[in-house]
Write a protein that binds this ligand. Structure first.
Ligand SMILES: NC(=O)c1ccc[n+]([C@@H]2O[C@H](COP(=O)([O-])OP(=O)(O)OC[C@H]3O[C@@H](n4cnc5c(N)ncnc54)[C@H](OP(=O)(O)O)[C@@H]3O)[C@@H](O)[C@H]2O)c1
Length: 276
C-alpha cells in the first residue's frame, strides 16, 4: 500500500530523524517543505533528495514571526501533510536546570508543535490531510534525568490525542509517533554513553523513518510506539507503574552520575539494568 502523492511540511527537517523522514518520503515521490533554523543543513538535505519541487524554510518556529512565515510558505506550497519533528533534549536532574531550560524545552517540544498545528489547520480543512507529531517513549514513561523532556512529550501526547478526537469528524488524520532512543545529535555523548551502560537500545533514524512511512501508507491513526520491549513498558507503566518504579530505581545511580558529568566505569553485560 502506498500513500498518494502528498505535499508535506516537515519541521525539524534539518535534524537526524527529520532528514531521514524527508529522504524516505522524497523517494516515494512526495514533495516537501523542509523547515529548520540551520539553512546550510537544509540546503544540503535538499541537494541530496530525490525529485524536484522541494522547498526550504529557515525559521525559528518557537516565535510568532517564524509561525507567520511558515503559514505563508505552507499556503504557497499548498501543503496537505504536517510532520512535526523539531525538538531539544537535556540530560540533567531538575535541581540543576534553570527556568530558561524549562522555557526552551517546553517552547520547542510542546508549544511550537501546538502552535504549528493551529497555524496550519485552516489549510487542511477541505482536503484529506495528515498531522504527525513526533513524541517519544519518554512521553509515556517518566524517566529520571529527563524531567523537562518527559513533561514536554507527555504534554504533546495529550495534545495529539485530544486533537485527533476533535478532528474525528473531518478528513484530517492525526498520528503520534513515539520513537525510543535514536542515533542523532539530539543525544549528546554523555546521553549516548548512559544509554549504552544502561543497555537501552538505540534505533537508526532511517529505521524510524521507515516505520513512519509504513504507518502513513496504512493511514494509521492514534499512537505508534516504536521498539520492543519499550512499547510493552509503556503499557506496563500505564497499568502497573510500581513495577516500573522498582525497575528504574536500579538505574538511578548511573543516571545521576551521568547527570553530574561523572562517568561511571563501563559495566559488563551481566551488570546492566534494563526496564523489565
Ligand atoms: N533522537 C532520539 O533519541 C529521539 C527519541 C525519541 C524521540 N525523538 C524526537 O524526535 C524528534 C527529532 O529529533 P532528532 O533526534 O532528529 O533531533 P535533532 O537531530 O537534534 O534535530 C532536532 C531538530 O529540531 C529543530 N529545532 C530545534 N529547535 C528549533 C526551533 N526553535 N525552530 C525550528 N526548529 C528547531 C532542529 O533544527 P535546527 O538545528 O535547524 O535549528 C532540528 O532540525 C524530536 O521531537 C525528538 O524529541 C528523538
Amino acid at each position: 500500500m502506498t500513500l498518494p502523492r502528498r505535499r508535506v511540511v516537515i519541521s525539524g527537517a534539518s535534524g537526524g530523524i527529520g532528514s531521514a523522514i524527508a529522504k524516505a518520503l522524497a523517494v516515494q515521490g512526495h514533495e516537501l517543505l523542509l523547515c529548520g533554523r540551520n539553512s546550510s543543513k537544509l540546503n544540503q538535505l535538499k541537494e541530496e533528495l530525490e525529485g524536484t519541487g522541494h522547498q526550504l524554510l529557515t525559521a525559528d518556529l518557537t516565535t510568532a514571526a517564524g509561525l507567520k512565515t511558515l503559514l505563508a510558505a505552507a499556503q504557497a506550497f499548498d501543503a496537505d501533510t504536517l510532520i512535526n519533528c523539531l525538538g531539544v533534549n537535556q540530560l540533567q536532574t531538575l535541581s540543576a536546570t534553570s527556568a530558561a531550560d524549562s522555557e526552551r524545552i517546553l517552547n520547542t517540544n510542546l508549544l511550537a508543535p501546538i502552535n504549528i498545528c493551529r497555524t496550519l489547520l485552516p489549510l487542511f480543512q477541505l482536503k484529506p490531510s495528515t498531522i504527525v507529531n513526533v513524541g517519544s517513549i519518554l512521553g509515556s514513561i517518566g524517566y529520571a534525568g529527563s524531567t523537562l523532556y518527559c513533561a514536554s512529550k507527555a504534554g504533546l501526547h495529550g495534545f495529539t490525542e485530544a486533537l485527533r478526537r476533535e478532528l474525528a469528524d473531518t478528513k484530517i488524520s492525526v498520528l503520534y509517533l513515539a520513537p525510543r532512543a535514536t542515533d542523532t545529535e539530539l543525544n549528546n555523548q554523555e546521553m549516548q554513553q548512559m544509554n549504552q551502560q544502561l543497555g537501552n537500545k538505540t534505533d537508526s533514524p532511517e529505521w524510524v523513518a521507515e516505520q513512519l512511512c509504513q504507518a502513513l501508507a496504512q493511514r494509521r491513526q492514534g499512537d505508534l510506539y516504536l521498539g520492543w520491549p519499550e512499547s510493552l513498558f509503556v503499557r506496563i507503566n500505564a497499568l502497573l507503574p510500581r513495577v516500573v518504579d522498582k525497575s528504574l530505581l536500579k538505574q538511578l545511580p548511573i543516571i545521576k552520575r551521568f547527570c553530574q558529568g561523572t562517568t561511571p566505569a563501563p559495566q559488563t553485560a551481566g551488570e546492566r539494568h534494563e526496564v523489565s
